[in-house]
Structures are given as structure tokens and as C-alpha cells.
Design a protein around this ligand. Structure first.
Ligand SMILES: [Zn+2]
Length: 131
């Protein structure tokens, strides 16, 4: 944190603002914890552990919504959408629904996932044979 969120004064590494005397200890701790969870999310993702990555990212975003974390969330959603579309292309609709459920549960406000979910429901209702 570079500036006081209360009065916008420069903090210069201080936890108590020199201008308005706001105690920013809790805020700075939350920022640091968010950074640690974000690092975990990236590590899990690189280890191909997507579910744990999503969980860690959700915790990080809950503590502090940084631009970087939002971009990473969009990246994961995008990648998951490609994988789900692949499953749908292979007519593996139930496997796609399972993947969607896991991702959608953790990112409930993604329009992309919502649309993909509706599309797979449509395929599920209208499928003619196959697995
Ligand atoms: Zn201040």
C-alpha cells in the first residue's frame, strides 16, 4: 500500500498514517495475506492443480481485489471454458457439466460460464444418443 486509503497521503512503509493517524495494520495484513494466497494460486495452477488454484484465488480476491488477481481469474475462466468446450465437442456432456459445476461454483458471477452452462444444458436435453 503506497497511499493512505483514508486521506491519500504517502505512507512510506508506515502502518499509521502520519496525516490522518489512521491505523492501517489490518488492511496491510489483509493485503499481504491476499498476496500470499495469490502466489499459492499461481503455484497450484503451474502444478496443474486447477481446483486448488481456483480456491486459493477466491480467497485472495476476498481479501484484496487486485488488477493482477482479476486478470488471473479471467485467464483461468478462459482456459476452463476451452476445456469444457473440448469436452462438449467430444460429446462428453456429463463430464463437461461436472467441470462446469466445479468452476461455476467458485466463479458464480462469470457470464461466460453461465452461458456455457446453459448451452450444455441445452445439449443435454436435446442430445440424440451417444454417451
Ligand atoms: Zn491518512
Amino acid at each position: 500500500m503506497l497511499r493512505c486509503p483514508s486521506c491519500n497521503a504517502r505512507l512510506n512503509e508506515r502502518v499509521i498514517c502520519s496525516r490522518c493517524r489512521a491505523d492501517l495494520t489490518a488492511l496491510i495484513s489483509a493485503e499481504q495475506a491476499a498476496q500470499q494466497w495469490f502466489t499459492k494460486a499461481v503455484e497450484y495452477y503451474l502444478a496443474a492443480n486447477v481446483e486448488q488454484s481456483i480456491t486459493a484465488l477466491s480467497i485472495s480476491l476476498g481479501l484484496n481485489t487486485t488488477r493482477l488477481a482479476i486478470v488471473f481469474r479471467e485467464f483461468i475462466i478462459e482456459r476452463q471454458c476451452y476445456e469444457i468446450l473440448d469436452l462438449l465437442a467430444q460429446k462428453r456432456v456429463l463430464a463437461a457439466k461436472r467441470s462446469l459445476y466445479k468452476v461455476h461454483f467458485l466463479f458464480p458471477y462469470s457470464k461466460q460460464l453461465l452461458h456455457l452452462n446453459l448451452f450444455s444444458d441445452y445439449l443435454l436435453v436435446n442430445r440424440t444418443g451417444g454417451a
